[in-house]
Design a protein around this ligand. Structure first.
Ligand code: NAD
Length: 443
C-alpha cells in the first residue's frame, strides 16, 4: 500500500511545512536495481580478525575499498574492523575512525562494524568493548538515518571470519536499504565454510526454493527476488488464491502447490510435490486475528499460532526426516517485531512470532551437521495488504517511529531472504535479523 504522507511532502510546500513544523521527513531510500553492489567509495579501517583480508573479501563481491582518506570524497560505505578492541579505553578507536568522516557520508550510505562474538572473548575488557559495539551501532544508526543511511554490526569468530563476504556485500549495498541497527552473528554453529557462487549476478542458480504464502505481499516479492538470483520457485498458497499464485508462477517459470499448510496431510502433500528435494524452505505464510486478550477467541489464537509456527514446525520436520532439504539448504522463518517487542491486541500473533524465534534457535544447531542453516527475518512495518487492516493512527505510528521515518517495501524483506540463501551465507545460523528501518518498537 502507498504512503500518502510521504508523497504529499515531496513538493516545495510540503517541504516548507516539514521544516517549519518539525514534521518527520522520510528520506528517499535507494533500492538495488541490478549491476554493481556499491557505486561509490568505501573506506575501511580498524585492526582485528579481518586485518589485511578486508580488501580481498570486498573485491570478491565487486566492491573496491580503500583505507586512505581523501579530502572532498563522499563515502558510500564505511567498514570498521573493531574485533581487536579489548578494553573499555580502547573503544576510543571507534570514535577516532568515525568522527572525522561522518560529515563526508553520501546519502543512503552504509556503515558496517565488525566485532568478535562477545561470548568468544577471553577477557572482561574485551567483552566490554565487543558488547559495547551493539550500543554504538544502534546509536549511530539513529544519528545517520535522516539521509537514508544505516549502520549494522557483524560479529564473527576466528573460524567464521572468512565467511563474512556475502554479509558485507548485502549490508553495504542498497539491498539492505531497510535493515538498520541490526546485529548479525556468524559462526554460532559449527557451520563456517562459505561457498562462492559461479555467477555472482545469479548466485542461486540451480537451487530450488519453496515459498509459502507466495501469491502476494512479502511472499510474492520473495519469489521474484529469489528467481532474479537464479532460483527455481515452488510457490504455495491457499485455494482461494490459487489463480493469483498460478499467474505469478507462470511468470517466473515456477510451479504451484495449492494447499492450506495447517491441514493434517499438508507435510505429505508438500513433500510429494518437491520431486527430489529443495534447497530453501521459506515459511512466509501468516495471518493476524487481532483482539485484546480479554476478547480473544480460542480459534483465533490457535489459527494464528498454527499458521505462523505450528505448521512450519511439522512441515520442516517431515522434509528433514525424508531428506528433502538438500545439504547447503536453508530453512527460514518469518517472525515480526510484534514477536520481539509485543503489541497491544496481538497476544496471539506475538506468541506465534516469538515462537518462530524459538523454532529457528532450537533447530539451527540440530541441522548444522547436515549443512543446513536455520534463521528468521523479523519484518517491521512493511507496506502490504496485511497492514491495510490497521487503524490509521497505529499505521502512521508504525511508519514514522523508526530511524528512516517510513515503512519498508516487500522487496526489503525479500532481499534479506536472498542474502540468507546466498551460498556464501552458510556461517549464519540461528540468527533473527529485523528488517524494520530500526523501528523504535522494541529496538
Ligand atoms: P499477506 O496477508 O499479504 O500474505 C500472507 C500470505 O500467506 C497470503 O498469500 C495468504 O494466503 C498466505 N496464507 C495465510 N494462511 C495460509 C495457510 N494456512 N496456508 C497457506 N498459505 C497461507 O501478508 P504479508 O504482509 O505478505 O506477510 C507475510 C508474512 O510476513 C507473514 O508471516 C506476516 O505475519 C509477516 N509479517 C508481515 C509484516 C508486514 O508489515 N506486512 C510485518 C511483520 C511480519
Amino acid at each position: 500500500m502507498s504512503d500518502r504522507y510521504k508523497s504529499m511532502i515531496q513538493n516545495p510546500i510540503g517541504q516548507f511545512l516539514v521544516k517549519n513544523l518539525g514534521l518527520p521527513n522520510p528520506p528517499e531510500l535507494r533500492r538495488y536495481q541490478g549491476g554493481a553492489l556499491v557505486d561509490g567509495p568505501v573506506l575501511i579501517g580498524g585492526e582485528g580478525l579481518l586485518t589485511g583480508a578486508l580488501p580481498g573479501l570486498l573485491k570478491a563481491s565487486g566492491i573496491d575499498a580503500t583505507s586512505v582518506r581523501a579530502d572532498g570524497r563522499r563515502y558510500q560505505g564505511l567498514v570498521l574492523d573493531a574485533s581487536g578492541i579489548d578494553s573499555a579505553a580502547g573503544t576510543v578507536a571507534i570514535q577516532e575512525f568515525f568522527t572525522p568522516v561522518l560529515r563526508s557520508l553520501a546519502n543512503n550510505a552504509k556503515v558496517v562494524v565488525i566485532g568478535l562474538l562477545p561470548e568468544r572473548t577471553d577477557s572482561i575488557g574485551a567483552a566490554i568493548a565487543q558488547r559495547g559495539l551493539e550500543g554504538f551501532v544502534r546509536s549511530l544508526a539513529k544519528e545517520i538515518g535522516a539521509n537514508g543511511s544505516t549502520a549494522n554490526l557483524v560479529y564473527v569468530t576466528p573460524e567464521s571470519k572468512d565467511a563474512i563476504g556475502s554479509t558485507l556485500g548485502f549490508l553495504l549495498s542498497p539491498k539492505s536499504a531497510f535493515v538498520d541497527g541490526q546485529v548479525v552473528r556468524l559462526g554460532t554453529t559449527d557451520l563456517v565454510e562459505a561457498d562462492s557462487p559461479a555467477d555472482p549476478a545469479k548466485p542461486l542458480t540451480g537451487k530450488v526454493a519453496l515459498v509459502t504464502g507466495a501469491s502476494r505481499g512479502l511472499g510474492a516479492a520473495m519469489a521474484r527476488t529469489l528467481h532474479r538470483d537464479g532460483a527455481t520457485i515452488i510457490g504455495l498458497d491457499v485455494p482461494p488464491l490459487a489463480e493469483d499464485l498460478e499467474h505469478l508462477m507462470a511468470e517466473l517459470g515456477g510451479s504451484s502447490i495449492i494447499c492450506d499448510i495447517t491441514e493434517q496431510d499438508a507435510p505429505e502433500k508438500i513433500a510429494s510435490s518437491l520431486g527430489d528435494g529443495v534447497d530453501f524452505v521459506v515459511h512466509n505464510a501468516g495471518i493476524t486475528r487481532d483482539k485484546r486478550l480479554k476478547n480473544m477467541k480460542s480459534e483465533n489464537w490457535a489459527k494464528v499460532v498454527d499458521i505462523s509456527v505450528g505448521a512450519p514446525e511439522r512441515i520442516t520436520a517431515h522434509l528433514l526426516d525424508h531428506k528433502l532439504i538438500r545439504p547447503g539448504g536453508r530453512v527460514i522463518g518469518i517472525s515480526s517485531i510484534a514477536g520481539i517487542a509485543g503489541n497491544n491486541g496481538q497476544t496471539n500473533y506475538g506468541t506465534a512470532k516469538a515462537g518462530v524465534i524459538g523454532f529457528v534457535q532450537a533447530l539451527a544447531p540440530k541441522t548444522a551437521e547436515a549443512g543446513i542453516t536455520v534463521n528468521a527475518i523479523a519484518p517491521g512495518f512493511i507496506e502490504t495488504d496485511m497492514v491495510k487492516t490497521m487503524p490509521l493512527g497505529i499505521r502512521e505510528a508504525g511508519r514514522r517511529l523508526s530511524s528512516l521515518s517510513q515503512g519498508g517495501q516487500p522487496v526489503d524483506v525479500a532481499e534479506a531472504i536472498a542474502w540468507y540463501c546466498h551460498p556464501g551465507s552458510s556461517a549464519i545460523s540461528g540468527n533473527v535479523v529485523r528488517v524494520c528501518g530500526q523501528g523504535f518498537l522494541g529496538a
